[in-house]
Design a protein around this ligand. Structure first.
Ligand SMILES: Nc1ncnc2c1ncn2[C@@H]1O[C@H](COP(=O)(O)OP(=O)(O)OP(=O)(O)O)[C@@H](O)[C@H]1O
Length: 269
């Protein structure tokens, strides 16, 4: 089909996003008011891993994610992404529980803004935004207002926007928690597909053991606060070539769910 938009270069994700945490601890506040929120955590995560963090409420999952994003600096220990100290917006795109879109911009305009911040040339942005939206299962909505689309679509837009920076690492903090069960499953499937296609590294925080097993190549269960690693398990389920329902119904999937579910119950008791 003829288009007056120049074709965008194909979407690629740079290889990277390897994490190294050595004795990482984090306190909020200082002195007698300090809250020891996390750690010590020591962890090596190679590039390309889909890491999922689960654990009791308040154990420090979001804190760990914020440290990896560079929003906080560890109080003790060292944390690097590809050998460097993380800086906000440099190594990772971030998706939160709420989509946090700009209501004064269209759906496409939200993604185009992220592309502009990532240094993509003006004449490439529209086509590139369309590609990113298609990648997360959204077509024909670029011209809509953000309040005209559903909650699930808003989270898809937030993921497209986070992917716009072409960072090697994607950080997601309970991004599907507010969605209905069916929409949540669809988004999990699409995110799993994006990871498999791009080799993107990711860290995903969730309370759902099912979601963890479906999305992860590796699951970390944290203890109660201050969270330390209670279980570190490689989820070696096939990443491609299996229908989601078949995967969810497989005995291997059930075995991982049982193992991780038991660990979550143990740390919570
Ligand atoms: N900005 C902050 N100031 C002070 N304490 C904080 C701050 N953010 C988090 N905390 C505390 O740090 C601890 C860990 O919080 P965090 O949000 O990382 O846990 P979480 O595992 O993500 O929790 P949830 O599953 O409930 O979202 C909690 O005790 C929390 O109250």
């Amino acid at each position: 089909m003829a288009s007056d938009q120049p074709a965008a270069t194909p979407l690629t994700t740079p290889r990277g996003g390897a994490l190294s945490l050595r004795g990482v601890e984090h306190d909020y506040g200082q002195g007698r008011d300090a809250v020891h929120a996390l750690g010590p955590v020591t962890l090596e995560v190679p590039a390309g891993e889909s890491l999922v963090l689960v654990g009791p409420s308040g154990c420090g999952k979001s804190t760990l994610l914020r440290l990896v994003a560079g929003f906080e600096t560890p109080t003790r220990g060292t944390l690097t992404v590809d050998g460097d100290q993380p800086e906000p917006g440099r190594q990772a795109g971030v998706v939160f529980q709420q989509a946090r879109l700009f209501p004064w911009r269209t759906v496409g305009g939200n993604v185009e803004l992220a592309l502009r911040l990532a240094g993509v040339a003006r004449e490439e942005r529209r086509a590139r935004a369309g590609e990113l939206l298609a990648r997360v299962g959204l077509e024909g909505v670029a011209g809509r207002r953000t309040w005209e689309v559903s909650g699930g679509q808003q989270q898809r837009i937030a993921i497209a926007r986070a992917l716009a920076g072409a960072h090697p690492l994607l950080l997601l903090d309970e991004p599907f928690a507010a969605l209905d069960a069916l929409t949540r499953e669809r988004l999990q499937e699409d995110l799993r597909g994006v990871s498999a296609q791009t080799g993107l590294s990711s860290v995903f925080v969730t309370h759902s053991v099912d979601e963890a097993v479906f999305l992860a190549s590796r699951v970390i269960v944290l203890t109660r606060a201050p969270g330390t690693v209670a279980l570190d398990v490689a989820v070696d389920l096939p990443r491609t070539g299996v229908e989601p329902d078949e995967l969810r119904g497989s005995p291997e999937y059930a075995a991982f769910r049982a193992e991780i579910g038991a660990a979550v119950r143990t740390v919570a008791s």
